[in-house]
Design a protein around this ligand. Structure first.
Ligand code: BTN
Length: 266
């Protein structure tokens, strides 16, 4: 990798707004884990944690997130959302759209969003998002929105377990993309969309963007819930809070959390 991901290069680009204050680590367990701790100590909204390498990166459903120095963009933002708990899915939606748009703009690689939290290219995963919350009693005190983007991975470097399902910006574009450029674009794109969630027009516009980029809508899907139960139906649309509207034999169901297990062509 030829880029210079460091505290100084990031500070230079993200001088105000989201991205301040910044903590940069050449290596850390998990930026989400560290972000939750920082939030407990009072980190303000927009505080950013970036690392070149994670040794215990966290994925959804208790899975890990693989990392290799120099090859990934991995960061987390501390948020203090003024959102109803039912609307928290919009944070994932906003980060997914910001990531997809930034990748398209910087590399001209055409991305799609696989609801709820993957950014994909030709069906292969390029980025994943994990939003975790910190409770204070029964209220949500802070959220930490983390994203990992496979930037410079060569095909032969992909971990064996994801070799058939993952891809990287290098693999798709044939060139190394500067991670500082990408970080700046994703953070700024997310900040704008996230702050606009306070207005109905901002939410509508986000759902419209997510709909336009969705890889899921119009497909027959099977969704697996945390308890192992599954449900099948047609992905009909995205609801105002980012939930998936699933047509199950003519009955519409709103799905807020789940994992798409299987997709067949529409
Ligand atoms: C997934 O697709 O399962 C979500 C992956 C999220 C990975 C990112 S990398 C930065 C942040 N820190 C973590 O430990 N996880 C998220």
């Amino acid at each position: 990798m030829t880029d210079q991901l460091s505290a100084a290069t990031i500070e230079d680009r993200l001088r105000e707004g989201f991205g301040q204050p910044l903590r940069f680590y050449s290596s850390i367990g998990s930026t989400n884990e560290e972000g939750l701790g920082w939030a407990a100590e009072g980190a303000p909204e927009g505080a950013l944690l970036v690392t070149d390498h994670q040794t215990a990166g966290r994925g959804r459903w208790g899975r890990g997130w693989a990392s290799q120095p120099g090859r990934s963009l991995q960061f987390s933002l501390v948020l203090r959302p003024l959102l109803a708990p039912d609307d928290y899915g919009l944070i994932t939606t906003a980060l997914g759209v910001a990531c997809a748009v930034a990748i398209d703009d910087i590399s001209a690689v055409a991305t799609r969003i696989k609801w709820p939290n993957d950014v994909t290219v030709k069906g292969r995963k390029m980025a994943g998002i994990l939003v975790e919350s910190r409770m204070s009693g029964s209220a949500i005190d802070a959220a930490v929105a983390g994203i990992g983007i496979n930037v410079g991975w060569r095909r032969e470097e992909l971990p064996e377990e994801v070799a058939d399902s993952a891809t990287s910006l290098y693999i798709e574009s044939g060139r190394d993309i500067d991670r500082v450029d990408l970080l700046e674009a994703v953070v700024r794109g997310f900040e704008r969309r996230y702050l606009s969630l306070q207005e109905p027009a901002g939410r509508e516009s986000l759902i419209a963007e997510a709909t336009q980029r969705s890889w899921v809508l119009g497909r027959r899907v099977r969704i697996r819930f945390a308890e192992g139960e599954t449900i099948e139906g047609w992905a009909a649309g995205l609801l105002a809070n980012g939930a998936l509207e699933l047509d199950v034999d003519g009955t519409m169901r709103a799905i807020s959390v789940g994992e798409i297990e299987q997709l067949r062509p529409a």
